[in-house]
Design a protein around this ligand. Structure first.
Ligand code: TXA
Ligand code: MG
Length: 442
């Protein structure tokens, strides 16, 4: 039987986790495992009292996180159904400023605010006496709690630092039990960007948060892997027609089935929904930043529009494109002549389209010939991995696979096969395009 360690007090966390200069001590963040099943909500959305020892211990862990958020300005990392978030009391500009600082996030990129009830949004986020704009009601009833953020008019209790000066605030009600419990035990809305350092792939495991935010935060609630894997959809229905500013788990196709949302557009640079002014001051500042980039270059392979081959010959076309790019990598590396002793480079190949592996035997032979002729001792190896059989599954695994490959010794490049931009595939390709430094059409 595994025994969960006791949950420390807030006083212990602050005394041990902070040095005399106020910076976070080596060995922190503290990671507390919490089981999502320990949190049960009634039909009214109220968190039920814990009944078992395990539940009591897990509730105590979330209460510690809530105390950190409400009694200090230190942020806490917590799981949501999309990715891990780094949360702070959304009504405190000091707390929110620390989130920006911990992530190294540019101050003009606004945060999403998380609520556990609609009433919480009415009480804290909207202007006084202002209802939820009626067009959102069917969206909320279908997709909250869930991976959908909506833009609402910003009230005076929301500090400017949260919205980066915008007059709207992005709000979402997460469905993950640990996230809901944290918000309801904090009894305040929680501003939370993804818990990665700025520009890195979003974290889908507590260990990803630890890798990025070591000695930058005090506490991580580890609720296991995030099911969604990609960040929430951001929907702006304050404009007409409504517009998806960032595609996510609630797909554009799902939104378009809702009455009044049939003409929902997708925000894209160069598309008709984007005015000249908005291109200068982007409506969703996240779009202008480098994003989702692991430390090694990602190269996207997608069929050219002119390639109408059937899947079997497409695989051959992909094989040829991969072969050419690897030979180029080999020649470029040899030319740099920095390699003294035998070096093994690894190329990760993330597959999305078929069960059949790319046949690398011809390429391996070609490399052997090059190696035998070269004075530079260089070898290239491959790790081929399938991300999933549906776009949703590919989305769940994408960021984790990128982080795993970059952590692999010798891995110098990741190839990724594109997916069709429909349903969850739109969100997948949105992230892949931002991560990629090069696109090869085959
Ligand atoms: O799934 C998610 O949304 C995760 C989890 C933690 O909830 N959060 C997340 O937050 O991905 P972040 O900060 O990494 O991304 C927020 C996105 C950015 O692209 C930002 O520009 C956009 O939402 N955004 C936030 N507030 C906005 C606003 N008022 N107007 C336009 N875009 C906004
Ligand atoms: Mg983010």
């Amino acid at each position: 039987m595994s025994i969960e360690p006791d949950v420390p007090t807030l006083q212990w966390l602050l005394q041990t986790g902070l040095g005399s200069d106020g910076t976070v001590t080596a060995g922190f963040p503290l990671v507390l495992k919490v089981a999502p099943e320990s949190f049960v909500f009634g039909a009214d959305g109220i968190l039920s009292a814990p009944l078992t020892d395990k539940q009591r211990r897990d509730h105590a862990a979330v209460r510690l996180a809530a105390a950190l958020v409400t009694q200090t300005a230190h942020p806490v990392a917590f799981p949501t159904e999309t990715v891990y978030g780094l949360g702070a009391n959304a009504t405190s500009s000091e707390s929110v400023a620390r989130v920006f600082a911990a992530k190294g996030r540019p101050s003009d990129n606004p945060l999403i605010v998380h609520v556990s009830t609609v009433q919480m949004a009415l009480d804290h986020l909207l202007p006084p006496e202002t209802p939820i704009p009626p067009q959102y009601l069917p969206v909320i009833s279908q997709h909250w709690p869930g991976p959908l953020s909506i833009l609402l008019p910003k009230g005076p209790k929301v500090p400017h630092v949260v919205t980066a000066g915008h007059d709207s605030v992005a709000v979402r009600m997460p469905s993950h039990p640990v996230a809901r419990a944290l918000i309801s035990l904090s009894n305040c809305p929680i501003a939370a960007p993804s818990a990665n350092t700025s520009t890195r792939p979003s974290p889908t495991l507590a260990s990803h948060v630890q890798d990025d935010l070591k000695q930058r935060i005090l506490l991580i609630l580890d609720g296991g892997p995030c099911e969604g894997g990609l960040e929430s959809t951001v929907l702006d229905a304050l404009r007409s027609p409504p517009c998806v500013l960032r595609p996510g788990g609630v797909t554009v196709e799902m939104i378009q089935t809702i009455p009044g949302f049939e003409n929902t557009a997708v925000f894209k640079k160069g598309s008709a929904v984007v005015s000249e002014k908005e291109l200068i001051a982007p409506v969703t500042p996240g779009m202008k930043y480098k994003h989702y980039a692991p430390r090694i270059p990602v190269i996207l392979f997608e069929p050219a529009a002119s390639n109408t081959s059937k899947s079997s010959s497409r695989l051959k076309d992909l094989e040829a494109a991969v072969r050419n790019r690897v030979i180029q990598l080999y020649n470029d590396t040899v030319k740099q002549q920095t390699i003294q002793t035998q070096e093994v480079l690894v190329v990760g190949i993330l597959r999305t389209q078929s069960d059949t592996d790319i046949d690398l035997s011809g390429l391996r032979e070609q490399l052997l010939v090059l190696e035998s002729k070269s004075s530079v001792p260089l070898r290239i190896q491959f790790v081929q991995q399938r991300l999933g059989s549906t776009s949703a599954e590919i989305g769940t695994n994408l960021f984790r696979a990128l982080r795993e490959l970059e952590a692999m010794e010798g891995c110098c490049m990741v190839f990724i096969e594109g997916v069709e931009e429909v349903d969850e595939g739109l969100a997948v390709m949105n992230r892949v395009r931002k991560a990629a430094v090069e696109t090869i059409h085959f």
